[in-house]
Design a protein around this ligand. Structure first.
Ligand code: SIN
Length: 318
């Protein structure tokens, strides 16, 4: 291994997807090509490698689970602990990329770069975006001073905290909202516009507890997401409560508003011991706390990231 060793972990996704026709960008099967093959298909890697590669999973990321995340976090931590590893790149589907990014950010809290690479078009496409995204991800992982969990897509570097998939089809499918991107990759060079992400204290506590005890729980606390909308009722909350849900994230409207019937059900669930967090279904902005809020806000986390945070908090016994 050289001092600048980069590890590339494969998890599947469209970047590893194949279709029957080169003109088909949507009718493909994700997670078909192995990470070794993806790396071998990028000629400039011949000069940058060799890389350590490992297939941690081979799935369409819509099927991502806490079990796969735990396995991935263990491999990330294993490689991060090696002094000759400079950074880690993870190939991943776009659909739940922001969730994996947040999970690794919270649990691994890497001082080295952990870079998620993805694609909107399958590997068999006439003009696949995966090879360039993977090349750019390696450029980020090799960058001196790079740190934390980020995602690279269409030449833009997004922090794990802010990244969200915002488009169903375009190759530039991700956005960092109000925060803006960390920077850009331009012909292999980085143009940074803000700091690398740092894990916040709350996640740190939880992560330390998990990692210190090496826990991979047989059962993860069940946390579900419910949404506020016109005509929302408390029925879903009550049904979930009857099934023993431990936590609920509500994707509220606007600045955290809730239909009165849904709010009543959430208050009742919280009083009965279910942990509730209020996020917003708006793509930008956050729920601004006001004095006397009974249902706590998600501190700027989107509903899917707030769900992960709540699972980790419940796991840590908070
Ligand atoms: C996936 O998320 O695994 C499939 C979709 C994609 O990668 O764009």
């Amino acid at each position: 291994m050289s001092l600048q060793n980069i590890v590339i972990l494969g998890t599947g996704g469209t970047i590893a997807g194949t279709a029957a026709s080169t003109s088909d960008n949507i009718g493909y099967t994700a997670a078909q090509v192995g990470v070794d093959q993806l790396v071998a298909a990028i000629p400039p890697f011949a000069k940058l490698g060799p890389f350590v590669t490992e297939q941690v999973a081979q799935i369409d990321s819509k099927d991502m689970s806490f079990e796969v995340w735990a396995r991935l976090a263990a491999r990330v931590n294993h490689f991060l602990a090696q002094p000759d590893v400079q950074g880690i790149v993870i190939t991943h589907g776009t659909d739940t990329l922001e969730e994996t990014a947040y999970f690794l950010h919270a649990v691994c809290r890497p001082a080295k770069p952990v870079v998620l690479a993805c694609a909107m078009r399958p590997a068999t496409a006439l003009a696949p975006d995966g090879p360039q995204n993977l090349l750019d991800a390696v450029a980020v992982a090799r960058h001196s001073g790079a740190a934390g969990v980020v995602a690279v897509c269409a030449g833009t570097i997004h922090s794990a905290l802010d990244v969200q998939k915002v488009h169903t089809y375009k190759v530039d499918a991700f956005d960092s909202g109000d925060a803006g991107p960390v920077g850009y990759v331009e012909e292999g060079s980085l143009r940074l516009v803000r700091n690398w992400p740092v894990a916040h204290a709350e996640s740190a506590q939880i992560a330390i507890k998990m990692i210190a005890t090496g826990v991979i729980p047989a059962q993860w606390p069940r946390v579900e997401i419910v949404m506020n909308h016109a005509g929302a009722s408390g029925a879903v909350v009550q049904a979930l409560q009857a099934q023993g849900v431990r936590g609920l994230v509500v994707a509220a409207t606007g600045n955290g508003t809730l239909h009165r019937d849904l709010e009543a059900a959430l208050l009742q669930a919280q009083a009965a011991g279910v942990r509730v967090l209020r996020a917003t279904r708006c793509l930008n902005g956050r729920v601004l706390p006001t004095p006397g809020d009974v249902l706590p806000d998600s501190r700027g986390l989107s509903p899917v990231k707030a769900r992960i945070e709540l699972v980790l908090q419940l796991l840590a016994g908070n």
